[in-house]
Design a protein around this ligand. Structure first.
Ligand code: ZN
Length: 283
């Protein structure tokens, strides 16, 4: 499932072919994904210029010159691909459509942007730009983990009253937006905090230390995604899925990488989701 760094990588890959460009034709090939598409979505998008492509949590937001904003959510299996010529050379050369290509944007610059989603947990919606923050999917979100509002004072105050496992607190989108299972496991490993540890029982200095660690973990993954974009044109044009090595996630049974630890990474299930941690150095 794409998490914040993957979504940010998709946004970064789409920006050069979408920002400032007109959607010459929007093709909407089915009535819904996870939810029904908004009414007349194809007509409302066709002819619109994308003024800005931004991200909130795991949602991509395209602000249009018509005063509307298009929300894109990749869900579990959503993939965005770019084909054709993103440099405005008007080469209309695209691969054959595939079965799950549900929404296609033909941009005026000749690029084709395809949203493919086999499991259809993704979503698209249109809303007035001025009301975007109040959209049901966005209204309750906490601060962005890479933004200024997510700081040590905010974070420690918000977490120290939580009687839940720290992992559950970090996954709570009202506390911080966009953190998912993988990067929470990675951050807790780096902070040497066990995922099952009750949030309110962690000392304030250790809690505060999580803030820069979360930023680093996400920032490093975004940087890895950014460098993966340099050669996306050589592959199939798919954005956002990149090789990234994790320190604990997916490493069950392998040796802990903390120098001198000697522990073995263990997988447990918390709230129905896999947790990976080192029982030796995470307390
Ligand atoms: Zn360890």
């Amino acid at each position: 499932m794409p998490e914040l760094p993957e979504v940010e990588t998709v946004r970064t890959g789409l920006a050069p072919v979408m920002e400032g460009q007109v959607i010459a034709k929007a093709h909407v090939n089915r009535p819904d994904l996870r939810w029904p598409f908004p009414e007349r979505m194809a007509e409302r998008l066709t002819g619109a210029r994308v003024e800005r492509l931004r991200r909130r949590s795991k949602y991509i937001l395209a602000d249009l010159d018509r005063g509307e904003t298009l929300l894109i959510h990749l869900g579990m299996s959503g993939r965005m691909t770019v084909s054709g010529d993103p440099l405005g050379r008007f080469v209309h050369d695209h691969p054959m459509p595939e079965k799950h290509d549900h929404v296609v944007f033909d941009m005026e610059n000749g690029a084709r942007i395809t949203f493919n989603d086999t499991r259809r947990f993704g979503a698209m919606d249109l809303m007035p730009t001025l009301e975007a923050d109040r959209h049901p999917l966005l209204a309750a979100l906490g601060p962005e983990p890479l933004g200024n509002a997510f700081n040590e004072a905010y974070f420690t105050a918000a977490v120290k009253t939580r009687r839940t496992p720290v992992k559950a607190a970090l996954l709570d989108q009202k506390l911080v937006a966009g953190l998912g299972n993988i990067y929470v496991c990675e951050a807790l490993y780096r902070a040497r905090i066990a995922p099952t540890r009750r949030a309110d029982r962690i000392g304030l200095p250790r809690l505060a230390a999580l803030v820069p660690i979360i930023r680093d973990v996400l920032g490093e993954a975004i940087a890895a995604g950014g460098s993966s974009l340099k050669d996306y044109r050589q592959a199939d044009g798919e954005l956002g899925y990149f090789q990234h090595s994790f320190d604990v996630y997916g490493r069950e049974g392998q040796p802990c990488r903390t120098p001198g630890c000697g522990g073995t990474i263990r997988r447990t299930v918390q709230s129905g989701r896999s947790s990976f941690h080192c029982p030796q150095c995470q307390r």
